[in-house]
Design a protein around this ligand. Structure first.
Ligand code: 13P
Length: 309
């Protein structure tokens, strides 16, 4: 490809380059719900973690570009070992995923050798490889409820989803103390203040919020389940990363939507802009590599989750 002066290109130029490159390279583009709307416009599919993982197993494209964060691209790579999987930004990652190491999980497993290990997908491949089943925000409650009551369960890495799942299933889970800073910062007081300010609005929150905030909400669910809720409801407080609020405002300009807090910004999700995404597609620089042994072990735990659904 001839050299391109990326900074001189308009959004329209970038959309048309993306369209041509997608065909030329036989590339399928996935974008997470938190991505900028401009980035989502070049995607073949926009969704939550579970939907992206499922769709990734169906495409026959030669290459997949993931607009989001590294852990999501790793999941796609593990499910598509023969395809080239490329990231939209070289260091968009998940701080929650990296708070604890596989060694920390191995130590926990040693302490509870008979426990099932449920690993939330916002985790590196090496942590998934140490687990028996993965889950996402869309199915965490169901995955845990499928495990026999007489089994102990280690749930990693997010302690807030863990607390919500434990509460919904009325059982104890062994957990790390990791959390997502975007959701964890929201206090019960803030949630209550928003409900007071918008008394006829529904409050929907992501389960990465603290348990007391989740209990205050009308619905606790994944980002795509939030989109489904907004389709049928006109007044909603959106309790997750701000990108979802912007996507919903774009899709439903006539609805009355407010973000739970403008502070809910994931810096890593915001690293990808339209220019960066199209450039990543053109240059294929940020290829995802997962070692064979980790890939095989992590695949078992991902397949178990996908089969289960
Ligand atoms: P979803 O799977 O609900 O889209 O959540 C992903 C995520 O990163 C939440 O912070």
């Amino acid at each position: 490809m001839e050299s391109i002066d990326w900074n001189s290109l308009s959004n329209d130029d970038l959309y048309s380059i993306a369209e041509n490159l997608k065909k030329e390279k036989n590339c399928f583009i996935l974008a997470h719900n938190y991505q900028f709307v401009e980035v989502q416009k070049i995607a073949d599919y926009v969704g939550d973690s579970l939907q992206m993982a499922k769709v990734a197993t169906k495409t026959d494209a030669k290459m997949i570009l993931l607009c989001g964060i590294k852990i999501m691209a790793e999941t796609v790579k593990i499910l598509n070992p023969d395809k080239k999987v490329v990231m939209s930004h070289f260091d968009a990652d998940c701080p929650l995923a990296n708070m604890k190491s596989p060694d920390d999980l191995r130590a926990l497993r040693k302490k509870y050798p008979d426990a099932e290990v449920v690993c939330y997908v916002n985790s590196p491949a090496a942590l998934k490889a140490e687990s028996t089943i993965t889950c996402t925000s869309a199915n965490a409650v169901k995955v845990v409820s499928s495990i026999s009551k007489d089994k102990q369960i280690i749930f990693v890495p997010d302690q807030n989803i863990g607390a919500w799942v434990a509460y919904k299933n009325n059982r104890e889970l062994i957990m790390f103390d990791s959390y997502c800073y975007v959701h964890e910062q929201i206090t019960l007081k803030e949630a209550r203040m928003m409900k007071e300010e918008y008394p006829d609005y529904s409050l929907i929150v992501h389960p990465e919020c603290a348990l007391d905030v989740c209990k205050e909400a009308d619905l606790v669910c994944s980002t795509s389940q939030m989109i489904d809720f907004v389709k049928d409801n006109d007044r909603v407080i959106i309790g997750t990363e701000i990108g979802l609020y912007y996507q919903l405002k774009y899709r439903y300009p006539e609805k009355h939507l407010v973000p739970l807090s403008p502070k809910m910004v994931c810096d890593d999700m915001k690293k990808t802009d339209l220019r960066g995404a199209v450039r990543a597609l053109a240059e294929e620089k940020y290829e995802i590599i997962v070692t064979e042994s980790i890939k095989q072990k992590a695949r078992k735990s991902l397949d178990r989750m996908l089969f289960f659904i």
